[in-house]
Structure formats: structure tokens, C-alpha cells
Design a protein around this ligand. Structure first.
Ligand code: KIV
Length: 306
């Protein structure tokens, strides 16, 4: 990456991915990439990587808050994380995940909550779980001009009804149910639908039947796009290795190793060196010192300057 005269890496400006663009991508057979994000730094990372959609998922309850399900997550909490994500990126479409009990009571309350994700959270769309039973709610939110992404198959907010996080649609009857749900979500006006935890042949059948894009997670290769929880992709969930996840990095292990080296250098006095200190002359050239004095200029937000 080229750097400007201050050593800062220039950010590429890309225009925001839109709901109509996702529809066009399905028509053209272009695959859609979606990841979860919960803060500005990760949002910036995924923007740089040209990810199409960022979902501020209620999975934040599990990976950020350490809960054992998504059920305790509140609207205020998701909106807080949405704002952080919106500040960190320009390009991806931002989807706010409607948490448990924020859309189930009635369509009025669902609409009021959905509006908050756009007005307060800086999202461009919302996602909610369920099929036929939530179709009237989806229709109501869509009629107010708020794009809705559906989510059928394994719906984590129904973990207790499903008896755990289990693959859905395995029998012929259950498969028909998933297809009916996906069709209902489409008919209600959703612009896309997440297919989670269903057999790959069923996901292919649903994708073929729908004109809106399907975004798969644990649903095989034939969906119009894929979504992963970013902590899984980056290897930040050391105790979890679900079959459907591919780890593209091992950031947990790298973080442990880095923190160990840091602690050892603090113990030994090897850190900080003169180049990390103020008022101590250093003979090292700026470049060889990894930026040297420029490092101070790069961090004006939280770093003191000499
Ligand atoms: O909350 C979430 O992260 C999700 C994805 C798994 C689709 O709903």
C-alpha cells in the first residue's frame, strides 16, 4: 500500500453498495460477500477488503458480550454497535440485526424499532428472523421504506424451540417448510434472505425458486452469497470450530503470542526503547525505526505529541 508524505495510508473512496445493486448482482450471477462487524476498526478492515454487506449481528451477544445465546441482546446495544460500524466504513451496505422481541410483539413496535436502526444507527437496512409468521411484519417495515433482509432455516433466536443450534430442513416436510418460509419472506418484500444451517441441496432449491438473493451460512455453495461471523473467519473464537466455518486467519493465537512477547519485554525492560520515548535522543533513522517520530503524528487522537 502506498503512503502519503505523512506516512498515512490513503483510503480508497468507494460508493456505497445499495439494495438495487445486490439485486443486480444476483441477476448477473455475481456472488455477494457479507460479514458481521461490531466496531469501527473491523468495519474499516472489511471496507478495505471490498466486502459488499456488513451485518451488525445479534451474534455480538455471543462473541462480544460472552453470552451463550443471542437472546439477551437489546435494540440499544445493536444500535450502539451500528453507529460504530457506520463511522468506520463508506462502502458496504450496513444491515442492523433486529434482536429477540424487538419485532415479535406487533408490527407497530417492529416498525418503530426498525426505524431506529436507520435514524440512530446509520444502517441502510434491517434483518429479522422467521418466515411466514413474520411476513406481515416485514411487509409493514418495507412499506415504510425500510429495506428488510429475511433469515430462515436455523434461526438462532428460536434456539429453545429448535432444541439447540441444529441443522433445519432435513426431512422432506421440514424442507418444504423452509422453502415456504423463504417464499413468504420474498412475497412480503424482503430484498434478500439469509439461509442458515440447511442442507446444501435445499439451499440450491430455494436459491433457484427465489428472485431475491440468498445469502448462505452453513448452506453450501449454491447460494447467491455467503456470510460468516467475522470472529470465526479471523480465528478469534478458539473454542469453536463449526463445520461450516473456514478460518482465514488465526488472530486469537497471534494475539496471545503478541501479548506474551509484550509482557516479557516489559519484564526485561526491552520495551519501551528510546524510539518509543519522548525527550530521549535517538540516532536511528526514521524509516529503520518503523516510522520513528512520525508514529507520534500518526496517532493524534490519543497520543501526546512532543
Ligand atoms: O447475528 C448474526 O451474526 C447472524 C448471521 C449468522 C447471519 O444472524
Amino acid at each position: 500500500m502506498a503512503h502519503d508524505s505523512k506516512g498515512e495510508s490513503p483510503r480508497r473512496a468507494r460508493s456505497r453498495v445499495t439494495v438495487p445493486k445486490l439485486r443486480r448482482m444476483k441477476t448477473r450471477g455475481e456472488r455477494i460477500s457479507m460479514l458481521t462487524a461490531y466496531d469501527a476498526t473491523f468495519a474499516r478492515m472489511f471496507d478495505e477488503a471490498d466486502i459488499d454487506v456488513l451485518l451488525v449481528g445479534d451474534s455480538l451477544g455471543m462473541v462480544v458480550q460472552g453470552q451463550d445465546s443471542t437472546l439477551p441482546v437489546t435494540v440499544d446495544e445493536v444500535i450502539y454497535h451500528c453507529r460504530a460500524v457506520a463511522r468506520g466504513c463508506h462502502g458496504p451496505l450496513i444491515v442492523g440485526d433486529m434482536p429477540f422481541m424487538s419485532y415479535q410483539i406487533n408490527a407497530e413496535e417492529a416498525l418503530r424499532n426498525a426505524g431506529r436502526f436507520l435514524a440512530e444507527g446509520g444502517a441502510q437496512a434491517v434483518k429479522l428472523e422467521g418466515g411466514e409468521s413474520v411476513a406481515p411484519v416485514i411487509a409493514r417495515i418495507v412499506a415504510a421504506g425500510i429495506p428488510v433482509m429475511g433469515h430462515v432455516g436455523l434461526t438462532p433466536q428460536s434456539v429453545h424451540a429448535m432444541g439447540g443450534f441444529r441443522v433445519q430442513g432435513k426431512t422432506e416436510e421440514a424442507a418444504e417448510r423452509v422453502l415456504t418460509d423463504a417464499l413468504a419472506v420474498e412475497a412480503a418484500g424482503a430484498f434478500a434472505v439469509v439461509l442458515e444451517g440447511i442442507p446444501a441441496p435445499l439451499a440450491a432449491r430455494v436459491t433457484e425458486a427465489l428472485s431475491i438473493p440468498t445469502i448462505g451460512i452453513g448452506a453450501g455453495v449454491d447460494c447467491d452469497g455467503q456470510v460468516l461471523v467475522c470472529y470465526d473467519l479471523l480465528g478469534l473464537t478458539p473454542d469453536l470450530r463449526p463445520k461450516f466455518v473456514k478460518r482465514y486467519a488465526e488472530m486469537f493465537d497471534e494475539g496471545v503470542a503478541a501479548a506474551r512477547r509484550y509482557a516479557a519485554e516489559v519484564q526485561s525492560g526491552a520495551f519501551p526503547e528510546a524510539i518509543h520515548s519522548f525527550g530521549v535522543p535517538t540516532s536511528e533513522p526514521v524509516e529503520a525505526a518503523g516510522g520513528g517520530a512520525n508514529v507520534v503524528q500518526l496517532r493524534p487522537v490519543y497520543g501526546p505529541q512532543e
